[in-house]
Design a protein around this ligand. Structure first.
Ligand code: FPP
Length: 236
């Protein structure tokens, strides 16, 4: 088991939570039931991240492409997000969790948009864990939006550095992920944190997201601890 005292713990873990639909289909349940069970897994994994001393946890909860799903499923996911926020915020705040949202949140409408902004403001002073929810998020759209902000900022071309550019992304101020986990056996990045994943370790697991347990999280941290990170350099 990963143990914060003897292994390097990733500062930032990002997760592509995949497999809710297949989890539900395997049980003859509607997809919404898979998403509900997925929300329970979210709760467990946040607790596990706190326990292991992970400082940033980014969850891909809704991609830019998810808007193309049937209206009923989009509605179910939006309802679940609202419900999650309303029911969990008090406890997240009490646990010292800071909430950050990345993505085109305005697409969810003014009510959820306002609630997300209030949740961010309420938890802004917390520092035990920063929970980053990627909502209506797409990596390419993020990079284009950042490029637009750079152009509007009046910065001269020669003044733009990688570090400065990163400050225009939704994730400004958040360190790049050290470890990315994708559940359900799919082996793709799916437009997730394209800039930020440059040197992340990637771990694919066959476990479907609703089944992803604190034990699976610990195993992922163990695997990470055993990897050699070279950031493009050669060992001497
Ligand atoms: C992918 O499974 C998962 C999603 C599109 C949504 C993720 C949402 C949750 C885990 C629940 C809500 C989140 C929060 C933060 C409360 P899929 O539907 O693509 O599964 P499939 O590939 O098996 O069909």
């Amino acid at each position: 088991m990963a143990d914060a005292s003897s292994h390097p713990v990733p500062l930032h873990v990002a997760i592509i939570m995949d497999g809710n639909g297949r989890w539900a289909a395997a049980r003859g349940l509607p997809r919404a039931a898979g998403h509900r069970e997925g929300a329970r897994a979210v709760r467990r994994v946040i607790e596990a991240a706190v326990t292991h001393g992970v400082r940033y946890l980014t969850l891909f909860a809704f991609s830019s492409e998810n808007w193309q799903r049937p209206a009923e499923e989009v509605q179910d996911l939006t309802f679940l997000l609202k419900h999650y926020l309303r029911s969990e915020l008090t406890e997240l705040h009490a646990e010292g969790v800071q909430l950050r949202v990345i993505g085109e949140r305005e697409r969810f409408g003014p009510v959820l948009g306002r609630e997300l902004a209030e949740a961010e403001a309420q938890t802004a002073g917390n520092c035990r864990l920063t929970l980053v929810l990627a909502l209506s998020y797409g990596g390419r759209a993020e990079i284009v939006a950042a490029a637009r902000r750079v152009m509007a900022s009046g910065l001269k071309p020669e003044e733009l550095t990688e570090q400065r550019f990163a400050g225009f992304l939704f994730t400004a101020g958040i360190p790049d992920p050290d470890l990315v986990i994708r559940t359900s056996g799919e082996q793709r990045v799916s437009n997730f944190l394209l800039w930020q994943l440059a040197y992340a370790e990637i771990l694919f697991t066959k476990v479907l997201w609703p089944d992803f347990s604190p034990g699976d999280f610990a195993l992922a941290l163990d695997e990470y601890a055993g990897r050699e990170r070279r950031f493009g350099a050669r060992p001497v």
